[in-house]
Design a protein around this ligand. Structure first.
Ligand code: DTR
Ligand code: CA
Ligand code: ZN
Ligand code: ZN
Length: 448
C-alpha cells in the first residue's frame, strides 16, 4: 500500500473515520477463546515421582567394561568390529537380567552387520512411549569412552535404576543403544525409517545422550523442544549449575532422525572438539582455550578421558528426565505445546512459519483447539495468520486489514481441528502483505 504522508498520520485520519464504522475483528471461526492452561506436555497438577540418585561408581563400572572390551578387541568398539558386538552383548545381558524385554535390530552398513539394542520396560501406556538412547559404537581409532560409552552407560544405569525401583510409570519406557552412529546416524535412522507411522505417533519424546562426561566439560542442553529442555534446565538449576543451549550438534547425533519425523527430542552434551571460552570457565571451571574433549575421536578417548562430576551430574539428569517425563500425568486435556523462538516477519514479503511438534497423543485434535499467538508488529493490519495442520490443511486465524494500524497480534484463537490427527508438526504461518512496518513471531502455542 503506497502512502504519501507517514503511515501513522494517514491511519489516524482513517481510523477516526473508521471509528464510526465496525472495527476489524478476527474471523468468526477464530473467535478468541479462554486463556490457555499452564504450559507443559503433562498437565499441571500431576506430580511426578522423584528420581533416585544414579551411583557414579556403577556408571564408571560400565565404562571399565567397555574399555576392557575395546582392549580385548583391537582397541575399539566400532561398527562391524568384534568390540561393538561385545558391547551390545554386555548391555543386553544386564538388561535381560533386570527384567527388560530386549530386541536386537540388525541392519547392514558398509558390508557389515550392525545392531541396535531396544529395551522395553514392561508396563505403562502403550500409546505414550518415552524413549532414551545413546550410540554404543566408537570410531575405529579408540575405545570411545567419552564418545560414547558415557552416554551408553548413563542410559544403561538409568534403565537398571528403573528396574531396581520396579518403577510403574504412566508412560511406557523404551531405551535404545544405537549402532553405526559414527558412520552417519545409520542405526537410529534405520530404526526410525522402519517404524510405522502409527508407532512413531506413540512416541512422546526421544532423549539423546552423546558425550556426557567430557574431560573439560560444558553443560549443554538441547533446545529442540521447550518442554524437554525445561526439564533438564530445571534439574541443573537445582544443582546451581549453569547450562547453555547445545548449538554444535543440530543433526549430528541420533536425535536427528526422530526430530526429522516430528517427534519431540531433547538431550545433554558436554562438548567435543570446540574450545572452552574464558566466560565458560567462569561458569564451569576447567581450562579456557582447550577443547571440551581433546581426545575426541582419538586413541586417547579412554577411561582417563572422563570428568567424573560431569558424568555423575548428567547421569542423574537422565534419571530425573525419565522419572519426570515418564511418571507425570498422561495426556489429560489442557496440554500445551509451545514454541518460544523468535521468527522475523519480512515486510511485505514471503510468509514465515514457526513449528510446534505434538507427539504421543492419541486420536485427533479437539474441536476447540486453542491457538495462542503472540506476534509483535507495528501495524497489525498488514499481517495474515494461518494455522497449518501436519497434513498441510490451513486454518485462517486472521486476515489483513488496511485500516488496523494498532500494534501486535496477541490473541487466542479457537480452531475446529477435529478432522486432524493430533500428532505431528503444526505450523503457525504469518505473512506481512503490505509495505512498511515489520514484526516478529514472539511465541505461539497449542492447547489441547
Ligand atoms: N556426533 C557426535 C559428536 C557431536 C558433535 N557435536 C555434537 C552435538 C550434540 C551431540 C553430539 C555431538 C559423535 O561424534 O558421535
Ligand atoms: Ca549421581
Ligand atoms: Zn563421535
Ligand atoms: Zn558420539
Amino acid at each position: 500500500m503506497k502512502l504519501f504522508a507517514t503511515r501513522r498520520t494517514v491511519a489516524a485520519a482513517v481510523i477516526s473515520l473508521a471509528g464510526l464504522l465496525a472495527t476489524a475483528t478476527p474471523p468468526a471461526s477464530a473467535a478468541p477463546a479462554a486463556p490457555a492452561a499452564p504450559s507443559s506436555p503433562t498437565a499441571a497438577g500431576a506430580s511426578a515421582l522423584a528420581a533416585p540418585d544414579i551411583p557414579l561408581a556403577n556408571v564408571k563400572a560400565h565404562l571399565t567394561q567397555f574399555q576392557s572390551i575395546a582392549t580385548a578387541n583391537g582397541g575399539n568398539r566400532a561398527h562391524g568390529r568384534p568390540g561393538y558386538k561385545a558391547s551390545i552383548d554386555y548391555v543386553k545381558a544386564k538388561l535381560d537380567a533386570a527384567g527388560f524385554t530386549t530386541t536386537l535390530q540388525t541392519f547392514t552398513s558398509g558390508g557389515a552387520t550392525g545392531y541396535n539394542l531396544i529395551a522395553d520396560w514392561p508396563g505403562g501406556d502403550a500409546n505414550q512411549i518415552l524413549m532414551a538412547g545413546a550410540h554404543l559404537d566408537s570410531v575405529t581409532s579408540g575405545a570411545g569412552i567419552n564418545d560414547n560409552a558415557t552416554g551408553s552407560a548413563g542410559v544403561l544405569e538409568t534403565a537398571l535404576a528403573v528396574s531396581r525401583a520396579q518403577l510403574q510409570p504412566t508412560k511406557h519406557l523404551r531405551f535404545a543403544w544405537w549402532g553405526a552412529e559414527e558412520l552417519g546416524l545409520v542405526g537410529s535412522r534405520h530404526y526410525v525409517n522402519n517404524l510405522p507411522a502409527a508407532e512413531r505417533a506413540k512416541l512422546t519424546g526421544y532423549l539423546n545422550f552423546d558425550m556426557i562426561g567430557s574431560p573439560n566439560p560444558g553443560y549443554f542442553v538441547y533446545d529442540d523442544n521447550v518442554a524437554i529442555e525445561t526439564v533438564f534446565k530445571n534439574y541443573f538449576s537445582g544443582l546451581g549449575v549453569a547450562t547453555e543451549i547445545e548449538t554444535e550438534g543440530d543433526g549430528r547425533s541420533d536425535h536427528a532422525p526422530f526430530k526429522n519425523v516430528g517427534i519431540a527430542v531433547g538431550g545433554l552434551f558436554t562438548g567435543a572438539s570446540r574450545a572452552k571460552t574464558a566466560a565458560q570457565v567462569q561458569k564451569w571451571g576447567g581450562t579456557a582455550g582447550q577443547a571440551f574433549d581433546r581426545c575426541y575421536h582419538s586413541s586417547c578417548d579412554n577411561t582417563s578421558n572422563v570428568n567424573d562430576t560431569a558424568l555423575d551430574r548428567n547421569s542423574d539428569a537422565i534419571a530425573h528426565a525419565i522419572w519426570t517425563l515418564g511418571t507425570g500425568a498422561s495426556n489429560p486435556p489442557g496440554d500445551v505445546y509451545e514454541n518460544l523462538a523468535d521468527v522475523a516477519i519480512p515486510d511485505n514479503g514471503a510468509a514465515v512459519t514457526s513449528t510446534v511438534t505434538v507427539s504421543g497423543r492419541t486420536g485427533n485434535a479437539p474441536a476447540a483447539l486453542a491457538v495462542g499467538v503472540d506476534i509483535k508488529h507495528t501495524w497489525r493490519g498488514d499481517v495474515v495468520v494461518d494455522l497449518v495442520a501436519p497434513d498441510g490443511t490451513a486454518y485462517r486465524l486472521k486476515n489483513s486489514s488496511s485500516n488496523d494500524s494498532a500494534d501486535h497480534v496477541i490473541e487466542t484463537y479457537t480452531v475446529n481441528a477435529s478432522s486432524e490427527p493430533a500428532n505431528g508438526a503444526w505450523k503457525l504461518r504469518v505473512q506481512d502483505v503490505a509495505a512498511q512496518d515489520t514484526g516478529t513471531i514472539d511465541s505461539w502455542k497449542l492447547t489441547f
